[in-house]
Unconditional design. Structure first.
Length: 311
């Protein structure tokens, strides 16, 4: 297949491009490099079936020739990024999704939207099932991300119903691994780098809030399976193994052998108290579930930040 990946130079996008090339697909990677980086795709550059276009997906996208699949992964995804870039975040989820769907329509291509567990907001149901409509503050600091992804889901569904586009929606839960940026702000790269530098590990709130962390290779496998499925309603993809943030901090201190101490900081506004995917739908319909245990995934990620920087 000839596959367009928007946000292809980002954390998930670059792992996805690499995976697709391994399956012998041709990949067109589109990225404006606001949060993505050419380093992430440097190892792919000399492959004949990989093409990079530096472009902002919110502007008209012109792709020469056939396209079989559009994978829309462009967006800031770390809370500190999207809080610093609220308008770009809203634009890429709104206008960017419109342009990406426009390419799919013009090329008669299939479409997959990278949506997020943030559509559930600060959930009142745990674990989160796809049928849950969520608890989102429409004007809070996270609303630029949450609401643009909710809009993106609505737009994808409208293109499916109204134009018959063959769409899919992946609701991606917290994912980690190599190629996250050192100062990305998300909890795993932050804690690992604080531990490696011997700095205080900054736990927000009382550290009792939970997240469920999926290693990147598992997530990409789930995305690929969803690409091949005929499911137009959202599918949760993530690891259901739920931890508190305080537990995560201890695990990272232990695995790095760090002497860092934990320090408590105020909890950011609207920070979800619980997050855990119900992945029954993906288990049954995609025959998928994550395989990499947190400890194994953390070890690989720690190696990456220690300087190995492979992957
Ligand atoms: N967090 C923390 N210390 C940090 C960064 C994050 O305690 O230095 C917490 C944050 O408040 C949240 C959780 O870790 O409860 C996960 O945050 P992240 O930014 O990774 O993503 P989120 O799941 O909130 O989108």
């Amino acid at each position: 297949m000839r596959i367009l990946v928007t946000g292809g130079a980002g954390f998930l996008g670059s792992h996805l491009c690499e995976y697709l090339l391994r399956q012998e697909h041709e990949v067109i990677c589109l990225d404006n490099l606001i949060t993505g980086s050419v380093e992430n795709i440097a190892s792919l550059a000399d492959r004949g079936n990989f093409h990079f276009i530096k472009h902002d997906v919110t502007e008209y996208v012109f792709i020469d020739g056939a396209v079989d699949y559009v994978l829309h992964f462009a967006s800031p995804a770390s809370p500190i990024d999207y809080m610093q870039l609220p308008i770009q975040t809203l634009k890429v989820g709104g206008l960017g999704t419109h342009k990406a769907l426009g390419v799919a329509k013009a090329k008669k291509a299939k479409f997959l939207l990278a949506s997020t567990s943030e559509v559930y907001g600060d959930p009142l149901v745990n674990p989160q099932v796809e049928e849950y409509w969520g608890n989102v503050n429409p004007i809070g600091p996270r609303s630029c991300y949450d609401e643009s992804k909710r809009f993106a889901e609505a737009l994808s569904t409208a293109y499916h119903r109204h134009h018959g586009i063959d769409t899919r929606i992946a609701r991606i839960f917290n994912t980690y691994g190599p190629r996250m940026r050192r100062h990305d702000g998300r909890v795993i790269p932050t804690f690992i780098n604080q531990a490696l530098q011997g700095e205080e590990i900054t736990i927000f709130g009382d550290g009792k809030q939970t997240r469920s962390f999926c290693y990147v290779s598992d997530l990409i496998e789930g995305i690929y399976r969803l690409m091949g499925a005929q499911i137009h309603t959202p599918v949760n993809l993530g690891n259901p193994s739920e931890r508190t943030i305080a537990e995560l901090a201890q695990k990272i201190i232990e695995l790095t052998g760090s002497k860092s101490k934990t320090a408590y900081r105020p909890l950011p506004q609207d920070d979800p108290k619980k997050r855990r995917p119900d992945i029954s739908k993906a288990r049954v319909l995609l025959n998928w579930e994550p395989k990499v245990e947190l400890e194994a995934g953390l070890k690989t990620t720690i190696e990456y930040f220690r300087g190995g920087r492979k992957g």
